[in-house]
Design a protein around this ligand. Structure first.
Ligand SMILES: Nc1ncnc2c1ncn2[C@@H]1O[C@H](COP(=O)(O)OP(=O)(O)OP(=O)(O)O)[C@@H](O)[C@H]1O
Ligand SMILES: [Mg+2]
Length: 218
């Protein structure tokens, strides 16, 4: 797998942040079906600072960059999402350390560290109808795609697109699930029949990141 450099990390973080800002109303509406409708706005409170202040962030390594994002999110994002997304980025930062370039395996290790952080912080498991239900299968798909001998040829673009597609499908598959975490869980059986907002957001973010990635690397 080709090595990704800091400017690839910039692309991913900036695209992700802008996508969250652009979709805040949509994500909040999804959360409003069975939650309290704050999800998109809570996330936007943090990611709009990532968009506006990105150029001032310390870019001496992938770790410093991810840590800064984690601090911003922990400080600005309210509700359950602040600690969850903040922890995800801080764990990812610790896994990235002082690297300034990442192999495919290192990218996967960083993503897995973020997932472990989310699970530790929020106590959710797969099948609890949270963003993990889209994120984990997407990482599994990315890992399998990056392990293919031809993955370096397109800079991992096909692997990333496959992961984004799996996330969208997995988010759709949260519809029949019963929410066991977050505010949606308070509604019990009523949570069945609508997609999870966080899982849907993961699909939307990955589709955006995948198209930006392909544009840069093709
Ligand atoms: N314990 C958890 N672990 C992982 N993800 C969670 C957890 N609880 C909720 N989520 C995800 O967060 C999304 C909702 O985020 P939001 O910030 O709106 O939290 P909430 O559950 O509505 O609680 P609150 O509004 O009190 O913060 C859900 O769609 C789900 O994907
Ligand atoms: Mg909410």
């Amino acid at each position: 797998m080709a090595v990704s450099a800091l400017d690839d990390v910039d692309l991913v973080l900036k695209t992700m942040a802008q996508t969250i800002v652009d979709n805040a109303v949509y994500f909040a509406e999804l959360d409003g079906v069975v939650g309290d409708g704050d999800f998109g706005y809570s996330l936007r409170n943090g990611f709009e600072v990532v968009v506006s202040d990105y150029d001032t962030f310390d870019r001496s390594s992938v770790g410093t960059l991810l840590k800064k994002v984690g601090f911003v999110l922990s400080g600005k994002v309210g509700g359950v999402s602040g600690p969850i997304w903040g922890t995800a980025f801080l764990r990812a930062a610790a896994a990235a350390g002082d690297r300034t370039e990442l192999s495919g395996e290192e990218v996967i290790a960083i993503l897995r560290a973020a997932v472990i952080g989310i699970m530790a912080r929020g106590g959710a498991s797969l099948g609890d109808k949270t963003l993990l239900d889209a994120l984990v299968p997407a990482i599994d798909t990315l890992e399998a795609g990056l392990a293919r001998p031809d993955a370096a040829q397109d800079h991992g673009a096909a692997a990333l697109q496959a992961a984004a597609d799996v996330a969208v499908k997995a988010a759709e598959d949260t519809k029949p699930m019963l929410a066991k975490r977050g505010r949606a869980a308070y509604t019990g059986e009523r949570s069945i029949g609508s997609v999870d907002a966080g899982a849907t957001a993961i699909g939307v973010i990955l589709q955006s990141v995948s198209s930006a990635w392909r544009e840069k690397h093709s």
